[in-house]
Ligand binder design. Structure first.
Ligand code: ATP
Length: 353
């Protein structure tokens, strides 16, 4: 878990210093005061990644020196991230030369935010990312298989666009796609088996109703990628595009047997997105043997008070939670929140609430 967080010139904060108890913290404040930025800083400190942007300069405080720094004690290591055109990373005072080296012994986090609604409403790509994120954390070899598959796919697509495609070369890239793609399909099948029952329970608990959640993994090339590629060969050559393989997979989501993106109410869709993230957290905890830190960014606004309080109850009691919300009037104070600090956030300043 995370004990301290410090930041300099990050988003709207010229400087920020927090001590967080085991249970976590609740951050309240009006819109545009800096609540999300605090959670984003944690995400960058732990995973070198922001769920809001891929553009690192966007995180440097406007009017600052053109860089940012974030540091803190996370999982008993003192981590420090500095960025100014490039990363400067240290763990316990030792420099880490690469992002991979920095991340190798970092902790686990689960980000829950309103943008998760895209998991239900958005394209299949969002759901593939969701699976890939879990796969990379819990399946040995997943990240490597994905990288090799993507490289081979890119090369094949380039060759298909060539006015005189070289069939031998295309076939050799297809061999890589078949071997790595088969690993991905097998791993994604296992992941969906791991997540499904957990997500289904969360859906019922958060909704407080008998909402039956269905997750169905749909591999675009079926379970026999070689056969699927053979069958698609003519069409792929004609249209100069790759149509089959894990880059076209989807995860079909349904509630009470109906496709969730088209039929579920907004509240049900939001609950489903939360259920997927709660399942992600449980899957990470089950396989890796330690609890992730939950970063929960203002997901409550659009849920009815029953569902809001149910989310609080369903979150693992022992996990550290960092929660932002515009107000706490709805919170059932009798819920076992554990020891959580409370802060009020106003115009880039934080005060104990
Ligand atoms: N690089 C930056 N430098 C300075 N300010 C920034 C930067 N990026 C964003 N901001 C501003 O920081 C403020 C806080 O943004 P943040 O998203 O953290 O607010 P929030 O409290 O989570 O709001 P909401 O409740 O609306 O989600 C906003 O006014 C935003 O425009």
């Amino acid at each position: 878990m995370i004990r301290t967080l410090r930041a300099v010139d990050f988003r709207c904060f010229s400087s920020l210093a927090l001590e967080i108890p085991e249970g976590g913290a609740l951050f309240t404040g009006d819109n545009a005061q800096g609540k999300t930025s605090i959670l984003e800083a944690v995400c960058v400190l732990v995973r070198l990644h922001s769920p809001r942007t891929r553009k690192l300069p966007a995180m440097c405080r406007m009017g600052g020196a053109g860089g940012f720094g974030i540091a803190g004690e996370a999982w008993e290591q003192e981590r420090r991230v500095r960025w100014q055109r490039a990363f400067d990373l240290t763990v316990d005072g030792e420099s880490r030369e690469s992002g991979g080296g920095y991340l190798a012994d970092g902790g686990l986090i689960v980000w829950m935010g309103n943008e998760d609604l895209e998991l239900v409403r958005g394209s299949a790509e969002t759901r593939r990312h969701y699976l890939d994120f879990i796969g990379s954390q819990v399946e040995p070899g997943y990240r490597t298989a994905l990288a090799r598959y993507r490289r081979a796919l890119k090369a094949k697509n380039l060759l298909l666009k060539d006015p005189r495609p070289r069939e031998d070369e295309i076939r050799s890239y297809e061999e890589v796609m078949i071997s790595e793609g088969t690993l991905l399909v097998e791993a994604r099948t296992r992941l969906v088996d791991l997540i499904s029952p957990r997500a289904a329970i969360s859906q019922r608990e958060v909704s407080g109703k008998d909402e039956v959640l269905g997750l169905e993994y749909r591999p675009a090339g079926g379970h026999d990628l070689r056969l699927a590629l053979e069958q698609a060969r003519e069409r792929e050559r004609r249209q100069r595009q790759s149509f089959v393989g894990p880059h076209r997979d989807d995860l079909l989501l349904s509630i009470n047997g109906l496709p969730a993106g088209e039929f579920a109410s907004e509240g049900q869709q939001r609950t489903l997105a939360l259920a997927l993230k709660l399942a992600q957290g449980e899957a990470l905890a089950a396989v890796r043997g330690n609890l992730p830190v939950y970063l929960i960014d203002d997901v409550f606004g659009e849920l009815d008070p029953g569902r809001r309080n149910a989310v609080m109850r369903v979150l693992p009691a022992a996990a550290q939670k960092w929660i932002t919300t515009t107000h706490l009037g709805w919170l059932d104070e009798s819920a076992a929140l554990g020891e959580m600090a409370r802060f009020a956030v106003k115009a880039g300043h934080i005060a104990t609430a």
